[in-house]
Design a protein around this ligand. Structure first.
Ligand code: GTP
Ligand code: MG
Length: 389
């Protein structure tokens, strides 16, 4: 098999080159996104690299009409053989854990191919959409997500409309909202105590957020709230929470081992809501993560919110997400929006994780600086500086 590497700014461009040079029978062996700056003359943007091969000699030259658009030389819709090759290649490489990621990638590769077979200008975005794409990258939206968002806008609208920045902004906002998905704060189970745990790395604001939410449920919504902390590593951390709880008259239990958890739960069985704060050291070592899992298994929370800071970069955040994946996260909570340089991280995480965003926090003040999340706000924050023109 003849194997070659193709590089381009977008996956769409790379696949166009593959198809141009290796024909419809090309097999995609590997795709990856690189982010080194200023290489290959691509102006410092992320670029994609596609490793592709050809199993058989190139077919006879295609008639001009087929090459230009809708049908290929075998009378199939253009791009269909390449699409099948990609599916084959993906099936061969599939590993269960990677399946959803591959499906996601495949869906936007298909979108790109559909754009090509509809006769779009391959590899070229209208200037205004190119600006939107660059803007999203500047907001630290992950390269593959930014491309997918822009392709979605491009394929949903006729090209003439994509000259209008207002249309692009509106459509991009809609695609961003869709990408964020439905946000959902804590869902209370009436007639029994709703148990909610907060996990995440050190210093992201778990304890502060627990204090804020405890205050909101207790003082504003008049619920019976109890708090459990399994942060037994540091006296100061327990003291911090105890001070808040004493001020608000909310009972606090310090649980030192998973075996002590049932007694604490019994003690608070009459509560409407039990918030569980955890120690943040865990993600760095597997023993601590294992222990955290045992605590959570004993607590059997209805929801486990992974607390992430908007001040941490994308790569570190993805590492954190991977490490905490094993503890069974159900929702995402973002803190420190007041300190964030931009908001692309939130969008990238939500696009990759397929989990609901529950709350965002916007400062150190207890109880004020917390609010239920909504996708409208996330879209507005990400697009904040993308002007109407
Ligand atoms: N600017 C800002 N600071 C915050 C926010 N939330 C928490 N903090 C601050 O972040 C610092 C760490 O907060 P904690 O609540 O102790 O963090 P934690 O996740 O419980 O930390 P560990 O228990 O060490 O894992 C404190 O100084 C908080 O005041 C926020 O939304 N914005
Ligand atoms: Mg803490």
């Amino acid at each position: 098999m003849e194997v070659r590497t193709f590089r381009a700014v977008t996956m769409r461009d790379a696949l166009f080159k593959v198809r141009q040079e290796l024909g419809d029978e090309a097999v995609i062996i590997e795709t990856k996104t690189e982010s080194s700056r200023g290489v290959f003359g691509l102006g410092g943007r992320p670029y994609v690299e596609v490793l592709a091969g050809r199993e058989e000699p190139p077919a006879a030259p295609q008639p001009a009409a087929a090459a230009a658009g809708v049908y290929d030389h075998r009378g199939r819709p253009a791009g269909s053989a390449l699409r099948h090759s990609i599916v084959r290649a993906v099936e061969q490489q599939t590993d269960a854990g990677e399946l959803s990621k591959i499906k996601e990638d495949l869906s936007w590769i298909k979108t790109a191919l559909e754009g090509i077979s509809r006769g779009g200008r391959p590899g070229l975005l209208p200037d205004e959409l190119e600006e939107a794409y660059t803007y999203l990258l500047e907001q630290d939206v992950a390269g593959d997500i930014a491309r997918r968002l822009v392709y979605k806008v491009q394929t949903d609208f006729p090209e003439e409309q994509l000259r209008d920045r207002t249309v692009i902004r509106q459509q991009l906002a809609a695609v961003l909202r869709q990408t964020c998905g439905r946000c959902e704060p804590i869902v209370e189970h009436h007639g029994r105590a709703t148990k909610v745990a907060f996990v995440g790395p050190t210093g992201v604001g778990k304890t502060t957020t627990v204090a804020k939410l405890a205050a909101d449920f207790s003082l504003v919504r008049k619920k019976k709230v109890a708090v459990i902390t399994i942060d037994t590593y540091r006296i100061a951390a327990v003291e911090q929470l105890k001070t808040y709880m004493d001020i608000m008259g909310i009972p606090l239990a310090v649980v030192g081992s998973p075996e002590e958890m049932p007694a604490a739960m019994n003690r608070f069985s009459a509560a409407d809501i039990i918030l569980i704060d955890t120690a943040g050291r865990s993600q760095k070592d597997d023993t601590n993560l294992g222990l955290l899992k045992q605590f959570l298994a004993a607590a059997a929370p209805d929801e486990t919110h992974l607390v992430l800071s908007t001040t941490v970069n994308y790569r570190q955040t993805m590492d954190i997400i991977e490490r905490f994946g094993s503890v069974g996260v159900s929702k995402i909570l973002f803190t420190k929006l007041d300190e964030a340089v931009n908001f692309g991280l939130m969008l990238s995480v939500l696009a990759k994780m397929n989990k609901q965003l529950s709350y965002v926090t916007t400062g150190q003040s207890v109880p004020d600086d917390v609010q239920p999340a909504d996708s409208e706000t996330v879209a507005r924050l990400v697009l904040g500086g993308f002007s109407h023109g």
